[in-house]
Structure formats: C-alpha cells, structure tokens
Design a protein around this ligand. Structure first.
Ligand code: ADP
Length: 192
C-alpha cells in the first residue's frame, strides 16, 4: 500500500502514520522527521534547514527532493510506504509524481485528515508543552498554518482533480480516526 497523508500541522498525520506503519507493515516516511534528524546530526543540510524550520517556512524543494530520492532508493520502500509531510506545494506534488513514475510506482491514495483551525491551535499548544519542539512557538504555529493554507491547500485540490483524494475526519479519538482511515483505504476490510 502506498499512501500520501495530507493535513495541517497538528492534524494527527504523524500519529496515524505510526499506526498505519504497524498495520500495513510498510515504512513511514516523514519529511519533518528526516529534516529533524539532519538538524540533530548537525549536517550541512541540517544547518541550512534549521532556521527555516524554526520560522515555520518550507525548506527548499531541491533539498526535499534529494532527501526523498535517497529514502526511496532503500529497498524497504518496495513494499509500499506512508508519506507524511510531503508534498507541501504544487511543485513537490509534480516532483513526487515524476519520482514515482521513474520508480515504476504510483500511490494508492492521498488521505487528507481534516481538523478545524481552533482545534489545531489547541493541539499544537499541548504538543509544545509536551515535546518542546523548536517550531511549536505561537508565532511559528500561526505561520505554519498560513503556509499550509496558501501552499498545501492547492495540493489537495490537485489530488481532488486527479481523483486521488480521500478525505477523513481527523476529529475524534486516535482509535476512531485510525478506523476511519482504514475504512477509507481498504473499503470492506475487517478492521483488526
Ligand atoms: P508539521 O506538519 O507539524 O508542521 P512536520 O514535522 O511535517 O510538522 O514539518 C516540520 C517542518 O519541516 C516544516 O514546518 C518545514 O519547515 C519542514 N518540512 C517538512 N516537510 C517539508 C516539505 N515537504 N517541504 C518543505 N519543508 C518541509
């Protein structure tokens, strides 16, 4: 199963992706996690990305595509993948289509998790306390939500126009949302 997870920061993509990974036995590829690992390692790429991420802006498309290409060159992605945090703008959506075509793959569904902005802000405030992520400050959160509306909303339209979009209500318990996602991607299957 090859999935692309879409949704605003704080919509629960990361949490649900971790569960889907166990359930579907395919790798979870989070571009945010990949970038944070580079920052933590102090690599040249990490140094470049650090400030951009702390502000809540998008790291350059070239860096992202290079990272993704690298990740997809590993054998474990042949079984499938759950892509979380990419694509975040139309150029990335086009780059992903191209990369997958080169690999002779196509994804099965783009799943959008919807959560209203008020709830998102509440959730991210909670996460800021719990995890202390550098980009969960109120200014950065506000900025990330703007970036999401301006740059990622067109990606959702793009997949809708291509008939690849599945919309899932992201409000509810973790189990409820997980069940909804499974029903959306595997209609008729028993949720075990
Ligand atoms: P969230 O969705 O909660 O903001 P992520 O972990 O997905 O968190 O991303 C954190 C930050 O990493 C983003 O704000 C951005 O700076 C950078 N980033 C992650 N994915 C991408 C991407 N596809 N393109 C550009 N920047 C990205």
């Amino acid at each position: 199963m090859r999935l692309v997870l879409l949704g605003a920061p704080g919509s629960g993509k990361g949490t649900q992706a971790a569960r889907l990974k166990e359930h579907l036995q395919v790798p979870h590829i989070s571009t945010g996690d990949l970038l944070r690992a580079e920052v933590a390692a102090g690599s040249p790429l990490g140094l470049q990305a650090k400030q951009v991420m702390a502000r809540g802006d998008l790291v350059s498309d070239d860096i992202l595509l290079g990272m993704l290409r690298d990740r997809f060159s590993r054998d474990d992605t042949r079984a499938g993948f759950i892509l979380d945090g990419y694509p975040r703008n139309l150029a990335q959506a086009a780059a992903l289509d191209k990369l997958l075509a080169e690999l002779g793959q196509a994804f099965d569904a783009a799943v959008q998790l919807t959560v209203d902005n008020e709830q998102i802000i509440e959730r991210l405030a909670g996460r800021a306390k719990a995890e202390g992520r550098a980009d969960d400050t109120p200014e950065s959160v506000r900025h990330r939500l703007n970036v999401y509306d301006q740059q990622t909303a067109p990606v959702i339209d793009f997949y809708r126009q291509h008939g690849q979009l599945t919309v899932v209500d992201g409000v509810g318990s973790l189990d409820e949302v997980f069940t909804r996602i499974l029903e959306a991607i595997q209609p008729g299957h028993e949720v075990g």
